[in-house]
Design a protein. Structure first.
Ligand SMILES: [Zn+2]
Length: 232
């Protein structure tokens, strides 16, 4: 048992988590899974493949995204995935239908652990899910990703009346962007603030980052080009 997992168990209640770990036997056959040597390089290479296909499909109407990318890559076997998982990156991003991380990073089942809500906010549930991914599944890379044209950030910049639930959803974004009137800038500030919140509100994640077990990056996905740019 690694230091991070021990610390996680000590700080969050060992019994319940021990049961959780038995339910998902994550330590079985790690060698059977696709795990790149350099997760950030692999993530960005996947986005280059996606962006090229995205731009090609934009230019050539007969090209589809599905047919555009013949590059060989690793696929986890269904047999391995049926009993375990070894995702190599965690992504917190927006629920927007155009921002599906598995597509954006050209990955296959079992590679990314994804948390989504409209506006990619680090709510308590999102923090807990990231803690699970980092501490139990040991993903070495965490990306918080905003995107161009984000409806949640746009709503937070406006004054239109919202339902009580939507208002609660938007409130943290309002605080993160503090009066910004430029959507692109607001999207970046919101993503950076979500990353900061994850570190401030989770000792487990802050410790993992400090020890080098976790690399944290912040990205912005540009819908027009398909490109993810690292902003931190
Ligand atoms: Zn969005």
């Amino acid at each position: 048992m690694g230091i991070q997992r021990r610390h996680f168990l000590q700080t969050t209640g060992g019994l319940a988590l021990a049961a959780l770990m038995r339910a998902w036997p994550v330590e079985a056959a790690e060698k059977d899974f696709c795990v790149p040597d350099n997760p950030l390089q692999a993530l960005m290479a996947g986005n280059r493949r996606f962006a090229e296909a995205w731009q090609r499909a934009d230019q050539e109407t007969k090209t589809t995204l599905r047919a555009a990318d013949p590059d060989p890559r690793c696929f986890n076997s269904p047999r391995a995935l049926a009993t375990s998982q070894h995702p190599w990156a965690t992504v917190l991003t927006c629920s927007d239908s155009r921002v599906s991380p598995s597509w954006v990073f050209d990955t296959t089942p079992g590679e990314l652990f994804v948390i989504r809500n409209a506006g990619n906010t680090a709510f308590t549930e999102a923090i807990a899910s990231v803690e699970y991914s980092v501490s139990i599944l040991k993903t070495p890379l965490l990306m918080v990703m905003g995107h161009s044209g984000c409806g949640a950030v746009t709503a937070a910049m406006g004054t239109d009346p919202l339902t009580p639930s939507l208002d609660r959803l938007i409130q943290p974004i309002r605080e993160n962007i503090s009066g910004s009137s430029d959507l692109e800038e607001a999207v970046k500030r919101n993503a950076l603030a979500s990353a900061s919140t994850l570190m401030q509100r989770s000792a487990v994640l802050a410790d993992a980052k400090a020890s080098g077990a976790l690399k944290l990056v912040v990205g912005c996905f540009q819908l027009s080009s398909g490109v993810v740019t690292l902003i931190e």
